[in-house]
Design a protein around this ligand. Sequence first.
Ligand SMILES: *Cc1c(COP(=O)(O)O)cnc(C)c1O
Length: 399
Amino acid sequence: MLEPKKKYGELAPTERILLGAGPSGVDSRVLRAMSTPLLGHLDPEFIEIMDDTRDLLRYVFQTENTMTLPMSGTGSAGMDTVLSNLLEPKAKAIVAYCGVFGQRMVDIAKRTGAEVEVVQSEWGHIIEPEQVEAAFKKMPTAQVLAFVHAETSTGIMQPVKDIVKIAHDHGAVVAMDCVTSLGGAPVLLDQWGIDAAYSGTQKCISCPPGLAPISLNDKARKMLHNRKSPVSSWYLDLTMIERYWGQERFYHHTAPISMVYALREALRIIAEEGLEARWARHQLNARAFTAGCEAMGLKPFAQDGYRLPSLITLAVPEEVKEDEVRQYLLNKFQIEISGGLGPVKGQIWRVGLMGSNSTRKNVMLALTALAAALNAQGFKTSASAALEAATVVYNEAAC
Ligand SMILES: *Cc1c(COP(=O)(O)O)cnc(C)c1O
């Protein structure tokens, strides 16, 4: 008999302020929903909860797509679901990217066996429509254009309209990653003509990680049903998943019951606030935080005019040690922020003001803490200048 290696204590995690690239903070209402009694995954009461969740997801995605549901798994499961259901061996796809998450899309698209044409833009910059046009010249029969709306590794929000038009003009469907924009910045699937989209629960939806909301319109769904080969992943096969989430209630895999409770509650909170008010809140707090950082002598990393309201990227000043600042914030203030990924590792910080964490209180606290951390590094800066600059933004917005 193997015995437990020691006596394990009950969990007592520190209450951090999660201002990194995700997960973001969760409202206590969501945690309470998760601790309510379990129902069976085919219980009529649970089926009602599933239907509520799908309705609320359609609101948050701004879509009437029937095929709108949360996949079991994190945001990357959503990415895998959308790409591996739309693509198959011999299919053709264009993936446009300028960051780590777009790169992940390329990786997944290639794993489906599809032929993939890659459009690459500079990190911290958007993808220009001309680049997408050029890719369609090279691969005129591409059936899918995939891109990331909110690139969490660089802080860029990709303009959608022009590249969607190019794809549709060439008869391709558009697949969009909106993991870091859904619930924090406008995502209007139907109005924008997005054919397939996926997100995650732990960014601007302010729910723990564990589900990946997806939505496919009829065009994308038809493409799925016209596949020549079955979806290579059994677990993520939407032709079966839609039978569980649809009228049939066909058993596929056991839904993560408590996660669905959590998502329903998080979406209910979004509906109570209203999407437009929520987008405006994210915008205002991001503006105030950025103004404060600039007053401290920090420079935003992402291209001006295309900055995400949910995730602010800052260039690390040369004389400052990127990781020591993060450690200082964690140890002295219980604040988590993120460092850079891939080629910008060590060069940028990523500060998330997502969902319930996008507040004036957090902006002021993060600015104060960041100033202290920078001063501790010998980068002389003034917290009061930062707070004043942020306050100006808030005061202007109030009138
Ligand atoms: C976080 C993120 C993902 C991956 O989500 P996980 O929940 O970490 O699997 C995918 N795309 C973008 C843009 C993200 O920010």
